[in-house]
Design a protein around this ligand. Structure first.
Ligand code: ZN
Length: 311
């Protein structure tokens, strides 16, 4: 079997669900691939955005709370979530962000690549990286963003940490990454030849303020395990070589997950590539109906009554 490593998904906290949905589908042009609830707090949504099928490395998910207080970025948190766009599309995106009134920074270079950083309506830090040659990759569109300019999954996440080495050891020893470069206060790790979601940058900040979770904060970053056996192997390595214990495996319906706090304090998850989002609805209709896991189906009426209307 072909083993793939890299980012599986990123999960963040948002304010009002409708505003969140509107931004990620209509401004960024991602596909809503699953509308479900937070399995641990079923009175709130869990919204999944991705490419056509929500393949690993394209999935950004949110827990939207109507009255979430804003978070504050700090050490021990994900600082920025970065998407890939075709190299020739960065001009289009700059115009689009201006036109839509999205707060953004001037274009900068990082590791030789052009980066356009911006913020979502909750202040979550996002960026687009211009990647040469990816214009030919498949792109999903519903017309809000033309296919030629569409986002092609994640480029990377940027973790703001005190030091690089302890987290770097987990990335390289357990999660399939290797260190590939350093620039200023950044250390770059890459997961083999994985192109979509294959990069983690550690931004070494030293002693800096701790983050405070809230709207606009990343809750956790999930990394890929091909299947349950691969996940089990990673869990064993964490315990045996690093003395880190994960949670028990949790069935998230679309993948199976374990969680642990890495040495730099960021919450990491290891999620299986299987079974994927087409397990309870067809690829054509992904994201249209509110999907509930079997153990919550009996409470559907009550759950639907408390969820804010988003469509
Ligand atoms: Zn997750």
């Amino acid at each position: 079997m072909n083993t793939r490593f890299g980012i599986h998904h990123v999960t963040a906290i948002a304010g009002p669900a409708l505003r969140n949905l509107d931004f990620y589908t209509r401004t960024l042009g991602l596909r809503l691939v699953k509308k479900t609830v937070n399995f641990d707090d079923p009175g709130t949504y869990h919204l999944y955005f991705g490419d056509e099928t929500g393949q690993p490395g394209t999935i950004l998910t949110f827990f939207p709370w109507e009255h979430a207080a804003p978070g504050r970025i700090g050490v021990g948190e994900t600082q920025e979530t970065v998407f890939r766009v075709p190299e020739g599309s960065i001009g289009y995106w700059t115009h689009r962000l201006i036109e839509k009134g999205v707060p953004h920074d001037a274009l900068v270079k990082r590791f030789g690549e052009s980066i356009l950083s911006f913020r979502d309506p909750d202040g979550m830090r996002l960026a687009l990286v211009a990647v040469p040659g990816i214009g030919v990759e498949p792109a999903w569109t519903d017309g809000s963003v033309p296919a030629e300019h569409a986002v092609r999954g994640f480029h990377s996440v940027n973790l703001l940490l005190k030091d690089a080495a302890p987290t770097g050891a987990i990335l390289t020893d357990v999660l399939g990454f290797s260190e590939v470069g350093r620039e200023g206060s950044l250390v770059r790790f890459r997961a083999g030849d994985t192109q979509i979601g294959g990069i983690v940058d550690i931004h070494v900040a030293g002693d800096f303020l701790r983050g405070r979770p809230g709207a606009g904060s990343v809750h956790h970053v999930a990394f890929r395990a091909t299947d349950d056996a691969a996940q089990e192997e990673m869990v064993k390595k964490l315990v045996d070589d690093h003395g880190i214990h994960t949670t028990e495996q949790k069935d998230r319906n679309y993948f199976r997950s374990v969680y642990f706090r890495e040495p730099g304090h960021v919450l990491f998850e290891i999620a299986t590539d299987i079974p994927g989002f087409a397990v309870d609805e067809s690829v054509e209709t992904l994201g249209q109906a509110l999907k509930l896991p079997d153990f919550l189906e009996g409470r559907r009426q009550g759950i639907e009554a408390v969820l804010p209307k988003v469509a």
